[in-house]
Design a protein around this ligand. Structure first.
Ligand code: ADP
Ligand code: TRP
Length: 329
C-alpha cells in the first residue's frame, strides 16, 4: 500500500444477511475505490452489539457469512485491509476518549437515533452504548485518519457528527485528525420489496447471497404502483420499486420502453417483475461462484482477516500514540 494514497475507511454491521441495498449503496464503492485509496474496511461487530446485545448467539456465524459476501463481492485483501472491528482494541480506546469531548445533545439530535428507537420498539435501545453509536463510528474513521468514507445516504448524519468531533478534538489538543468526507454511490438509497428503504431491520431485502429462484420469488412479492389494479391501468413508474430496479439493471433503451408501456398500461407488473428478477439473478452469477469457492476454504478467509488485523493494528496504534501525546495522557 502506497503512503501517497489518501485513506479510506468504511464498515458494515454483521446484523443479518448483506443485501442489494448494502451492495449498491456502499460496497460497490468499497470495491471500486480499493485501487485508488489506502482502504481500511471492517466488519463492525462492536456496532452490532448496540442493537443485538440481548441475543448474540448468531453473531459469530453472521460475521463469517458477511466476510464471505464481501470477499465474493470483490473486496480484495491484496489491495485493502479487511478485518473485524473488535480485533483492534484501539477502536474501543479511541471511542472512550472521544466520548469525553462529545456533548450529549450532539448525540440525541442525530436523526437516526430517535428514528431507530422508534423503529425497533421491541428492543430496549435506551442504553449508553446505543447513544454512543456515532462516537464509535467516529473512532473507527478517525483511528485511521481517513479522508474518505464510502457509505449510503442514511449514514450522512453520522459523518457530520464525526467531522464535529474531529474539529473539537483538533481545537482542544492540536491538529491530529483530517476532516473526513462521505462518498456516495450512484444509488445512495435503494428501495426494498415493500417500497421503504431496503434494510436488514425491515424484512424487505433481497439478500445478495440468493439463488435465482429466491430472487424471482422476492421480485414477485415486490409492491408496485398501488393505484394500478388492472393490467390496463396506466401506471406511475416513478413511484414503483420495480421500476427503480429496472433503472439499475436494465439497458437505458429498455428502461425507456418499459416507462412508456407502463404509463400506457401496456406492460403488466408480473411481466415487469419477471424481467427485473432475471436480470438481478444473472448479475450475481460471478458472485455465487466466487462465494462457493471461498466457502470451501474457510481457513483461508480466517487468514485473510488475521492479516488484515495485523495491518490495521499498525496504523491504529500509531494514531493512538499521537492521540495520547496530544492529550498529555
Ligand atoms: P441495514 O440498514 O440493512 O442494517 P447497514 O446499516 O449495515 O444496513 O448498512 C451498511 C452500509 O450499506 C451503509 O453504508 C449503509 O448506508 C448502506 N445501505 C444500507 N441500506 C441501504 C440502502 N437501502 N440503500 C443504500 N445504501 C444502503
Ligand atoms: N454505522 C455504519 C452502518 O450502520 C457501519 C459502520 C461502522 C461504518 N463503522 C463505520 C461505516 C465506519 C463507515 C465508517 O452502516
Amino acid at each position: 500500500m502506497s503512503i501517497l494514497k489518501k485513506r479510506l475507511v468504511s464498515g458494515i454491521q454483521p446484523t443479518g444477511q448483506m443485501h442489494l441495498g448494502n451492495y449498491l449503496g456502499a460496497i460497490q464503492n468499497w470495491v471500486d475505490l480499493q485501487n485508488k485509496y489506502e482502504s481500511f474496511l471492517m466488519i463492525a461487530d462492536l456496532h452490532s452489539l448496540t442493537t443485538l446485545y440481548e441475543g448474540t448467539s448468531s453473531l459469530k456465524s453472521n460475521k463469517m457469512e458477511l466476510a464471505l459476501d464481501l470477499l465474493a463481492s470483490g473486496i480484495d485483501p491484496e489491495k485493502c485491509c479487511f478485518y473485524f472491528q473488535s480485533d483492534i482494541k484501539e477502536h474501543s480506546e479511541l471511542h472512550l476518549i472521544l466520548s469525553m469531548l462529545t456533548p450529549i445533545p450532539w448525540l440525541t439530535r442525530v436523526p437516526n437515533y430517535k428514528g431507530k428507537i422508534e423503529e425497533l420498539k421491541e428492543k430496549n435501545l435506551d442504553t449508553y452504548g446505543f447513544l454512543g453509536y456515532p462516537v464509535l463510528m467516529a473512532a473507527d474513521i478517525l483511528l485511521y485518519k481517513a479522508q474518505t468514507v464510502p457509505v449510503g445516504h442514511d449514514q450522512i448524519p453520522h459523518l457530520e457528527l464525526t467531522r464535529e468531533i474531529a474539529r473539537r478534538f483538533n481545537h482542544l489538543y492540536g491538529d491530529v485528525f483530517p476532516i473526513p468526507e462521505e462518498i456516495l454511490t450512484k444509488h445512495p438509497v435503494v428501495i426494498g420489496t415493500d417500497g421503504k428503504k431496503m434494510s436488514k431491520s425491515y424484512n424487505n431485502t433481497i439478500p445478495i447471497n440468493s439463488s435465482s429462484e429466491d430472487i424471482t420469488k422476492l421480485s414477485m412479492k415486490m409492491i408496485t404502483d398501488p393505484n394500478r389494479i388492472k393490467r390496463t391501468d396506466p401506471g406511475n413508474p416513478e413511484i414503483c420499486p420495480v421500476f427503480s430496479f429496472q433503472k439499475i439493471y436494465n439497458s437505458p433503451d429498455r428502461v425507456q420502453e418499459i416507462e412508456t408501456l407502463c404509463k400506457k398500461g401496456e406492460i403488466g407488473c408480473v411481466q415487469c417483475k419477471k424481467e427485473m428478477g432475471s436480470l438481478i439473478g444473472d448479475s450475481l452469477s460471478d458472485f455465487r461462484e466466487k462465494r462457493s469457492e471461498l466457502k470451501s476454504n474457510k481457513k483461508n478467509v480466517e487468514e485473510i482477516l488475521r492479516d488484515g488485523q495485523l495491518k490495521a493494528k499498525k496504523t491504529a496504534s500509531e494514531t493512538m500514540k499521537e492521540v495520547k501525546n496530544a492529550l498529555k495522557l
